[in-house]
Every structure is written in C-alpha cells, then in structure tokens.
Design a protein around this ligand. Structure first.
Ligand SMILES: [Zn+2]
Ligand SMILES: [Zn+2]
Length: 244
C-alpha cells in the first residue's frame, strides 16, 4: 500500500500545509485517516473527493476532524450533481453529536468504533488502540491483503500497550509533538524521546515523525529519536509518499 501525508502539523495548519490527514491507497482503493484543517482541499492533489468513500477519524480535536463538515457537504452536493452515487462513510469514536451531524447530511453514514472493533474495507483491515489523551482517541493499525501494516498513533502519551499495538509494523506514523525536555505525559502527547522508546519497543524499522510543533528546530526531534529509537526516522512533510 501507499500512504501520502496530506498534512502533518499539530494544532493548526501552516500556509498550504494542513494538520493531520493521511491518504492510504492500494489497487485503486483509498481510505483517509483523519481530516484536520486544510485536508479536504489538499487531499484533492492526490485523489478526487468523489473517489474517497471512507474517512477514519481518530478523535474530535479540531486538528484531526475540523474538515469533517467539508467532506459531508462535498458528498451531499456532488450527489445532487450526480457526480457520485456512493455514500461517504465516516468512522469515529462514539459521539451522539457527531453521529447526528453526519447522519443528518444526505449520502453520509456514521460508524462508531472502539478498541475491540475491526473493519474490513476493500483490501484493508483496520484495528484500533485506545490512547492516553485528553479526549477519547484511538491509534489505528491498517493491514493490507498482502500482510503489510501501517500504524498511525494519532495523539497519545506513551503507553506500553501502544508499543504492543505497533509491534512489527512495516511503517509507524507517530505523533512527535514535543521536544525531549517537555513532559508528554501531562499533555497527552509524546516527546521525541517517548517516540524513540515507542519505536524501539515496537521493533519498527521505518518511522515517520508527524503532528509536528510550530516552534523550535524540528531536526532536533529526529536527533533525539535516534539516541533512543532503532530504525530510520524522518520528519513528515506535506505530500510525502510512503511505500508500506
Ligand atoms: Zn492533535
Ligand atoms: Zn488531540
């Protein structure tokens, strides 16, 4: 499978660079992981909105879900224009408000999930891990029909269970929101040292550092990672393509 980083900033977007959004594709089938600010506009550099029928949302913080409404309207209007006849499926943690917002807009469907859920969508199987974050949040493990796997942490403090969930993944896309002197545990996020430990414990060789902070020297995140983590780590960039 191929994963394209649509956006990778934590909190808010930069000019032409969205917050969280990752497009995962195989054999002409696509799913989107998170839809933060700017993702609906920028994902169109890689795929027609009408060809995308499955959006998985990790949690409802704005930097992961603020374009949800944009996706709903696009499906409704493009259906009226007869450009698409399939429903758009939104998957997220159970939330009555989100469910009613999604179900109210025609041609959109909401599916809630929890840590025990598994979805089979096209060539992908998707499983979830409940994270340590300020709201209900899930990491996702996507395995394709050839057995290749991608783990996306979304937002979380470091947990051993998260390392077990990511075990032996071919690629780990992990949040790396903080520098090593900042305490991730308190903030519900991971610093670069936590991320190194996560990758090391999980035995992952290829790591993409994402959900990046808007301050400091980002290269330091990768340097800290290398002191602790095994494997190769690169900073995520908008438009980056990752072969899994
Ligand atoms: Zn976030
Ligand atoms: Zn968050």
């Amino acid at each position: 499978m191929k994963c394209t980083v649509v956006g990778m900033w934590g909190g808010f977007p930069k000019k032409n660079e969205p917050t969280s959004g990752y497009l995962v594709e195989k054999d002409g089938f696509a799913i989107l992981l998170d839809c933060g600010s700017g993702v609906a506009a920028h994902v169109q550099n890689y795929i027609d909105l009408n060809a995308l029928h499955h959006v998985f949302v990790s949690h409802y913080h704005y930097d992961h879900s603020s374009d949800l409404g944009t996706f709903l309207f696009s499906r409704m209007i493009n259906t009226q224009l007869k450009r698409v006849d399939k429903q758009l499926n939104i998957y997220g943690p159970a939330d009555n408000d989100v469910k009613s917002r999604v179900d109210k807009v025609k041609q959109n469907n909401f599916h809630s999930y929890n840590k025990d859920s598994t979805f089979q969508v096209g060539p992908f199987s998707i499983k979830f891990h409940k994270n340590a974050h300020s709201v209900e949040t899930y990491a996702m493990r996507i395995t394709d029909d050839a057995g290749h796997s991608l783990v996306y942490t979304a937002d979380s403090s470091y947990r051993k269970s998260l390392a077990r969930f990511a075990e032996d993944a071919d690629v780990l896309i992990t949040e790396c929101s903080l520098y090593e002197e900042e305490d991730g545990e308190k903030m519900g996020h991971m610093n670069a040292r936590d991320v190194g430990m996560l990758a090391e414990k999980a035995g992952v060789e290829k790591v993409i550092l994402s959900h990046l902070p808007h301050y400091g020297n980002l290269e330091e995140l990768a340097e800290t990672f290398r002191k602790v983590g095994a494997g190769e780590a690169v900073l995520a960039e908008a438009g980056m393509e990752i072969e899994v």
